[in-house]
Design a protein around this ligand. Sequence first.
Ligand code: DGL
Length: 282
Amino acid sequence: MTNSKEIAQGKIGIFDSGYGGLTVMRSIVDALPQYDYLYLGDNARAPYGNRSFDTVYHYTLECVNWLFDQGCDLVILACNTASAKALRQIQQVDLPKRNDHKRVLGVIRPTTEQLGHMTASGVVGVLGTEGTVRSGSYPIELAKFFPEVVVEQEACPMWVYLVEHNQRKGEGTDYFVKQHVDRIFQRNPRIDTLLLACTHYPLLTETIEKFLPEGVKLVSQGGLVAERLADYLGRHPEMEARLRRAGFRSFNTTDDPQTFEKQASVFFGEPIVASHVEIGQH
Ligand code: DGL
């Protein structure tokens, strides 16, 4: 057993229910390569999208605490479902109890801060999990920055399964992708900006693009989150000063590490080595 005192501090933790957060991590690492990163995918309990508020909160908190124990000072919930359902409670109830410098950030706010600037028609579409859509987080957060922008939402319950099970192309995937893309544009054909509000969905980009009306901009969150993280660190020098700069990367999954390595290497765009970690009950 490693004594927790020997664990190097100053890492940035990146958390997702499974593989999706790797799309965000890719952008963050490209933008800020100097820092140390530790990724955790709770693949054994994914998807989170259809689970209750309480379940998503408890799973997310367990994973955040694990990342803190591994020396992360800052944790990014690279998962919209966890950001929508668990972030507020963690920030308002759990972090104050710790009374230390550790912080947790989500992906919804950095996205909504910029999304309204991208639309010319004033209508944006949001594709997400059931949990994210039902939480209403996007319309609520977007209204704070861009009250004039109209938001149409569509839950795509099958899409995370398709990604987690490496079914990113093919007839079955076309069917499930087309169904939801058609539905959101039938609801409002004026949508000119379509947000992939689930970090798994960029992995379906090629298929989604086949069914998009011409001229519609498809937006992934990775770049937006990376840009806002750089801005956050600029505004929080006390946090930035704690971060180590050894270029350390570690990938961890609650499921089988060999399967994770194979999939994650494709999604992350370079070979990775993963470790299995035991967190909570499956
Ligand atoms: N990547 C997560 C998100 O952004 C997927 C949620 C799930 O596990 O269903 O919402």
